[in-house]
Ligand binder design. Structure first.
Ligand code: RAM
Length: 930
């Protein structure tokens, strides 16, 4: 047997010292020293830090987690050990890593390995590489060198001050109009030596758009820095300006608007444009000679409010006046003598400045006009064919002095432009030209949720053409996997709609909707969509960043607001919403296997459980709740609750007690992972008591609810959260199915019940019923909204109908992701990919075949690599190919397939042949009876 004694890297050549164990009779004598240029094992790839960042700049985490994958090209299937080396320079990494050398660590973990080296500092650029030992203890080549560079990690790193226009100084008692008028700021400075590196650290209280020497610092980033609880933490961005500075004079500039910080949020008009926006920037130039220049924001900056953007609001839109344009204001040659000196304010001690934790909102894609709906005089309605989010770029003929108005809508109501469902959000942009001719305009400091635009005020002698507008789609820059298709057109449309719902609402934080006067980070909606979203896109960083905001917004007594970031509006907690504190970390842990998400959020979980306890008597909860929100067909008596039965019919206390039990259960599970044995003990005792109280308090001997109405959700909660006695589960399920049958196999569930319905039926092996629900064409169902023209998921099953138009009730968003919860079943049910252990290192693959589908294909990118499934059924014959990622084991279960007929890669299947499959690609065939 050949044993590895030591391995040392010398540049690209590995020197392997090998010895031969004499006990191994078959071994030949080998030279003691072999020089090879390549190990036999291919290097690991897909190196990432934190929640999945590749070579990030301005990184947030001083104690990073490292992840990698075994290359799909490698012969190696498993990792038995790894070694990570980390250094402060590329040469140190090759010669002798000065920050960390993990040495050989016996472990199969390829993800979320914690850094264990010398503490890292702000600005530090870090180089790292990894190699692994495979199942034969053969070492791989070193990976390619990856890097990350830290941003400014603490407030003390900032020498700059917050700056703004003097008219917006609070002591000047500025009017709302003044505060709402965007500011323009600039500073000219000299560069007189060779530049080695230049970094711009920048953020705003509000929104900023930076420029360097006449060019945008980033053409893609928008609405930065994004939305956090600003009174506690503001995120900062880092840009590399090394190539953008020149010798001699340079100009750094930025425009600035209120955004979520200062502009109104939701319908809170009294808070609109009260706090003045401020800019904070620090340009650090390191010269070849080692000197460093720091350009700070201070009162030497020049500023004006006499620029072309006259007004900006996230909810109301933007006003642009051509007559105010200031050609060249971002470049050296501009004369800023008329501009005022900025006022400078110190950093706030209690507001943390921290590097942005996830990718910002960016321009992602352009969409052309699908059709010109109508043109009457100087009004044209244009249809992009897709409900989405961002701003349009318009290119239209205008007449000097004639104002152009751009409005937005999600649907037309009987052919007319319909904006009522935006409620108080004006969502309107204006452009006032001072010249006749063609203009090109795209708003900078607002965003719209829309499918249609109406442009009014262009030159009416011109006929609209499709190049008059382009939709510039914006959302957090997440990677979409596009990983589910099937033989069913409408199901594919539903899957696409759900992805559009995701794209539209992953707008720096998880929004409920992107268009009306709400657009908030509703926690309940997030609960039901977190796992499906993880299957559809690379959103771990997005969620874990938002959880930091949730932690920050948790009150002393453990209360979690119903939306985060919190703004003073609904200041009470709701069960099923605040439980985001336990549900989201746990679900993320199950999908990723990253313990850090539990470590970071564990105290919040416990705090929320305590809050639940303080809102219960004898383990029965009296916490308020939005209930099974928007359950269809609410009982007549609840219709006059002032909210038109929006809360559904399931008893509130039953719901709240069920979620109390659930939150305790998830905290116990987390405590187990984190080895908190005392907590496990205490919480388990509490859980038992809640379960007993729940059963006794809410159900009689026949398992009929003692309080409130008998609803699908009243059984679902108990079944999903384990609140019935084991021997009662069968009866509870029967009751649920009875209710389903009564509704002709339609759901009668709202936001809380819908995900449970699918999960409970799946656990009960009733995928036939799930297919039934899923393929229903009539109200309430997913296909019903598609039949009525949906291109996203809707807030209500019947928010809009082709015959009736908009639902007369107040809340009718056509872009709400909550009911997109069903896509979880596309992956876990139709494709059948389920984690047996957190992070999918052990997978159960159990596709749910149905006579309604002849084919399904897709996959999921696990931390170990992609698992893919592709199944087809033709004339009773199943063919299925499966790819099991490296370092993973899969069990495949195919109960409907005739075991005797089954083949695996063309060979008859051995007993247990589909258990513990090793990484690789398999083709399974057999006869199937559906
Ligand atoms: C609505 C929001 C959200 C929901 C709450 C209860 O206004 O749109 O989706 O969670 O209310």
């Amino acid at each position: 047997m050949i044993k590895l004694n030591s391995i040392k890297s010398l540049g690209l050549i590995s020197v392997l010292a090998l010895s031969v164990s004499c006990s191994d009779a078959n071994s030949e004598i080998k030279p003691a020293l072999v020089i090879v240029s390549e190990s036999l094992v291919i290097a690991p790839n897909m190196l990432k830090v934190g929640e999945g960042f590749k070579d990030p700049l301005g990184y947030y985490e001083a104690e990073p987690r490292f992840s990698w994958e075994i290359s799909t090209k490698a012969k190696a299937n498993r990792q038995t050990a790894y070694q990570i080396q980390v250094a402060s320079s590329e040469s140190a990494l090759v010669e002798s890593p000065d920050l960390w050398n993990s040495d050989k660590v016996l472990s199969s973990e390829t993800s979320w390995v914690n850094y264990g080296g010398i503490p890292l500092k702000s600005r530090q650029k870090v180089f790292w590489k990894v190699r692994f030992w495979d199942e034969n203890d053969q070492v791989s080549n070193w990976s390619r060198i990856n890097t990350f560079e830290l941003g400014l990690l603490k407030n003390a790193d900032w020498k700059s001050q917050w700056i703004g226009h003097p008219d917006t100084a609070l002591k000047a008692i500025p009017s709302k109009e003044t505060v709402a008028t965007p500011q323009y700021l600039r500073k000219t400075f000299q560069v007189s030596a060779d530049i080695k590196q230049a970094r711009l650290y920048i953020t705003a209280k509000g929104l900023f758009k930076p420029f360097i020497n006449g060019l945008q610092v980033s053409e893609k980033d928008v609405m930065t820095p994004g939305w956090t609880p600003y009174q506690k933490r503001i995120e900062t961005l880092t840009y590399d300006l090394t190539e953008k500075l020149t010798q001699g004079e340079n100009t750094l500039a930025a425009s600035l608007a209120g955004g979520w910080y200062s502009g109104r949020v939701a319908d809170l008009k009294e808070q609109d444009h009260v706090l003045p926006p401020r800019l904070l920037a620090q340009l650090e130039i390191t010269y070849e000679n080692g000197q460093v220049d720091i350009i700070t924001t201070d009162n030497n900056w020049k500023t004006t409010q006499e620029g072309p953007i006259r007004f900006a609001s996230n909810y109301d839109g933007e006003r642009y006046e051509q007559g105010y344009e200031m050609p060249g204001w971002t470049s050296n040659s501009f004369n800023d003598h008329n501009w005022a000196n900025a006022i400078a304010e110190p950093l706030d001690e209690n507001v943390k400045l921290r590097p942005k934790r996830h990718e910002p909102i960016r321009f992602i894609e352009e969409l052309a006009i699908e059709s010109i709906v109508s043109q009457k005089g100087d009004v044209v309605i244009l249809d992009f064919g897709q409900n989405m989010v961002g701003v349009p770029r318009i290119n239209i003929p205008v007449i000097a002095g004639q104002e152009v108005r751009i409005r937005f809508a999600e649907a037309l109501h009987k052919g007319a432009f319909y904006t009522d469902n935006y409620r108080s959000a004006l969502s309107t942009d204006y452009y006032l030209p001072n010249q006749t001719g063609n203009i090109e305009y795209q708003p900078t400091f607002t965003y719209h949720g829309y499918r249609y635009i109406e442009i009014k005020g262009f030159d009416p002698s011109k006929i609209a053409t499709k190049d008059w507008a382009t939709a510039l789609i914006q959302h957090s820059d997440i990677k979409l996997y596009g990983n589910f298709t099937s033989s069913h057109t409408k199901l594919n449309q539903l899957s696409e709609n759900i992805v559009w719902g995701l794209r539209s609402n992953f707008y720096d934080i998880p929004l409920d909707c992107p268009q009306r006067d709400e657009r908030l980070g509703w926690t309940g909606d997030a609960n039901v969509f977190v796992t499906p979203s993880m299957y559809m896109a690379d959103v771990y960083g997005f969620w874990s960043a938002w959880l930091e905001s949730v932690r920050e917004d948790q009150k002393e007594d453990g209360m979690i607001p119903v939306y985060v970031p919190f703004v003073e509006w609904i200041n009470w907690a709701s069960s099923g919403w605040g439980d985001a504190a336990t549900i989201i970390p746990w679900e993320l842990y199950m999908v990723t296997g990253d313990k850090t998400i539990l470590v970071d959020n564990y105290d919040m979980m416990k705090g929320w459980v305590n809050y639940h306890t303080s809102h219960s008597t004898k383990h029965i909860s009296n916490m308020k709740t939005f209930g099974d929100w928007l359950q269809p067909y609410p009982d007549a008596s609840s219709l006059d609750d002032g909210e038109g039965g929006a809360h559904g019919d399931t008893d509130y206390s039953l719901i709240s007690t069920a979620f109390y039990a659930r939150s305790v259960e998830l905290t116990i599970k987390s405590a187990k992972v984190l080895n908190k044995t005392d907590d496990v003990k205490k919480l388990s005792a509490l859980h038992k008591k809640i379960v007993t109280a729940y059963r006794e308090h809410f159900f009689d001997e026949q398992l009929l609810p003692k309080k409130g109405m008998t609803t699908q959700t009243s059984y679902l909660l108990g079944l999903e959260f384990g609140l019935f006695k084991p021997e009662e589960k069968g009866l509870a399920l029967e009751k649920l199915i009875e209710l389903l049958h009564k509704a002709d196999n339609h759901l009668r569930t709202g936001f809380l019940g819908t995900p449970l319905l699918i999960s409970v039926l799946k656990t009960a092996d009733r995928s036939d019923l799930i297919y039934d629900l899923l393929f229903k064409e009539t109200y309430p169902s997913w296909f019903y909204s598609i039949n009525n023209g949906a291109t996203t998921t809707w807030e209500r099953w019947n928010s809009y109908t082709i015959d009736e138009g908009f639902n007369p009730q107040g809340m009718n968003s056509l872009n709400h992701y909550a009911y997109g919860t069903v896509s979880r079943w596309f992956y876990e049910g139709i494709l059948g990919i389920n984690p047996l252990t957190a992070g999918f290192k052990h997978i159960r693959i159990e596709p749910q075949f149905s006579d309604k589908l002849s084919q399904a294909k897709g996959g999921y990118i696990t931390p170990q690599g992609e698992v893919t499934i592709d199944w087809t059924i033709v004339a009773g014959q199943l063919t299925m190919s499966v790819n099991v990622p490296k370092n993973t084991t899969a069990d495949i279960l195919l109960p409907k397939v005739n075991a005797k007929s089954m083949t695996l890669n063309g060979n008859k299947l051995a007993v247990n042949g589909l258990k513990s499959l090793q990484p690789g690609t398999y083709v399974i065939a057999g006869s199937i009876s559906l």
